[in-house]
Design a protein around this ligand. Structure first.
Ligand SMILES: NC(=O)c1ccc[n+]([C@@H]2O[C@H](COP(=O)([O-])OP(=O)(O)OC[C@H]3O[C@@H](n4cnc5c(N)ncnc54)[C@H](O)[C@@H]3O)[C@@H](O)[C@H]2O)c1
Length: 488
């Protein structure tokens, strides 16, 4: 389109630029009720703050990160993480009351409330290496907040942190004698990847821990008010700040413990011809136990379970509770055992050698409906299979880029093929690593025809129809159930 004013001709580009400028001006003039900042635009910070922006158009929500690539992705059509429903929410609010930026200092200056959602991985060096939480990113953020604040702030710990971290945060923030007041709240995030949007929209509970001082309670009420925009009152619970910090670690420890419990029993089922699915059903119908998190599998993954349990173990040891530490360490030990057991079962079933055999991994993400591969059992299994000199073909609908990064530089043959039919061609075995729905609906007769014989399926998630696969001709090895083979 061209618009002509006398000698001035406005092209599409000019019109777009003018509109952009008008919109920016309008936005700057618009007054929001609250200015909310989130430091850390990861799997937690991005979706959580997008939900706040979506539910509360009266608040200005800015998410900042030191990683410019991540911010550019949040501002593009290809978001940095895959979560069902997330794209729609981000696109609805982005540029209106939801902003992604690298201007951390500006964000801090303008904010009334700051969520801290930076990563807190397991420490890899010095005291507590391999156990304690690495708090360097978190501490850097605390200092940055102190250095750039010009007004009172409420600081919300979103990251999962060791109990008592809020005390350290407060000490850093108040270590200069300016007149700024900070109130630190603990508000751990309980979302699960793959269902983040659903969990954020309809959480089981929102937990807010605060100090019991008048200022602490006032800050707590302000955060309650934000969530009350969409979360029912009875689901917003408050506690003292240490209980809140500890509850997140304990919650993850209990979830992981349940997986390790059923996985431990799956090993016993394989020795005794009991069937883990039948056992889990019988156990789960006890209303005291419930039926969730009772699926035996190749092991748990994800960025949190292992690191949070190790952090809990470290804390117990720090406080001299060696027996308690050992109890929780067992949950991680069983998970490692389960992954190794899976590889050894493959090796045993395939005549004690995998050298030169082609194995197709169905799935690489640590669970379905996410592209996240952090601590995915598939990483461990891939490395071990490559040590056995197997050739790998990795297939996953969302996680291939991450898989490539995870396995980069490893010695051995590995290829990445998104289409599971093409991935399985000429392979000796399929190993299901992720419970993507996609894998249950495939034409396994077609797959069988394209594979090398004898064909094996190792179902690390117990999601396939084992009887049907056996009838087609596969030798089938589920978890915690009798194998179905065509050998005498
Ligand atoms: N991923 C989950 O499912 C989940 C669920 C609940 C809680 N948590 C906890 O939430 C926290 C964040 O986890 P995540 O999965 O979102 O991590 P992530 O690695 O995806 O994101 C963290 C982000 O923080 C940024 N960052 C680090 N230091 C920074 C700084 N100084 N300034 C600005 N940005 C900085 C990083 O660049 C990164 O983008 C962790 O403590 C984790 O344990 C995670």
């Amino acid at each position: 389109m061209k618009i002509t004013f006398g000698k001035i001709i406005l092209t599409d580009f000019h019109i777009f630029a003018l509109r952009f400028e008008f919109e920016q001006e309008a936005l700057e003039k618009m007054t929001f009720e609250k200015n909310i900042l989130c430091i850390g635009a990861g799997y937690v910070g991005g979706p959580t703050l997008a939900m706040i922006a979506y539910k509360c158009p009266r608040y200005k929500v800015t998410v900042v990160d030191i990683n410019p690539t991540r911010i550019a992705q949040w501002n593009s059509n290809e978001l940095p993480i895959y979560e069902p429903g997330l794209e729609e929410i981000v696109k609805t609010r982005r540029g209106k009351n939801l902003f992604f930026s690298t201007e951390i200092e500006k964000g801090i200056k303008e904010a009334d409330i700051i969520f801290v959602s930076v990563n807190t991985p397991t420490k890899t060096f010095g005291a507590g290496a391999g156990m304690a939480a690495d708090l360097q990113y978190w501490e850097k953020t605390a200092r940055q907040i102190r250095e750039n604040s010009e007004s009172d702030k409420i600081i919300v710990e979103k990251s999962t942190l060791p109990v008592k971290t809020a005390l350290a945060m407060k000490r850093i923030l108040t270590s200069t004698d300016d007149d700024i007041h900070y109130h630190v709240l603990s508000n751990p995030e309980f979302l699960a990847e793959g269902t983040a949007v659903r969990d954020l929209e309809n959480p089981d509970r929102v937990l807010i821990g605060s100090s019991e001082t008048p200022g602490g309670l006032k800050a707590r009420d302000e955060l309650v008010e934000i969530y009350a925009n969409w979360v029912p009152e009875e689901k917003i619970i408050t506690s003292n700040i240490w209980s809140s910090e500890l509850s997140k670690l304990v919650s993850n420890a209990f979830l992981a413990q349940r997986i390790s419990s059923i996985n431990a029993i799956s090993a016993l089922c394989e020795k005794t011809d009991a069937d883990i699915v039948e056992v889990a059903r019988a156990v789960g119908m006890d209303s005291r136990l419930g039926n969730k998190f009772l699926n035996a599998s190749v092991g748990f993954g994800g960025s949190c379970f292992k690191k949070d349990i190790l952090n809990l173990v470290y804390l117990c040891r720090y406080y001299g509770l060696e027996d308690v530490a050992e109890y929780w360490k067992g949950v991680v030990n069983i998970n490692e055992y389960q992954k190794e057991r899976f590889v050894l079962n493959m090796l045993g079933a395939m005549f004690n050698t995998l050298a030169g055999k082609k194995i197709c991994l169905f799935g690489f993400a640590f669970k379905a409906d996410t592209g996240d591969t952090r601590e995915s059992p598939a990483i461990f299994i891939s490395k071990r299979l490559m040590e056995e000199r197997a050739e790998l073909v990795i297939s996953d609908p969302k996680a291939l880029n991450n898989a490539m990064m995870d396995l980069e530089g490893l010695e051995g043959k590995v290829s990445y093929v998104e289409d599971p039919y093409k991935a399985a061609v000429d392979c000796d075995a399929i190993a299901v690593m992720t419970e993507w729905d996609l894998y249950t609906g495939l034409d396994y007769e077609k797959i069988y025809r394209s594979m090398a014989k004898p064909c094996f399926v190792f179902d690390g998630r117990n999601v396939l129809d084992h009887e049907r696969l056996f009838e087609i001709g596969f030798n089938v090895f589920p978890i915690g159930k009798p194998a179905r083979t065509h050998f005498n």
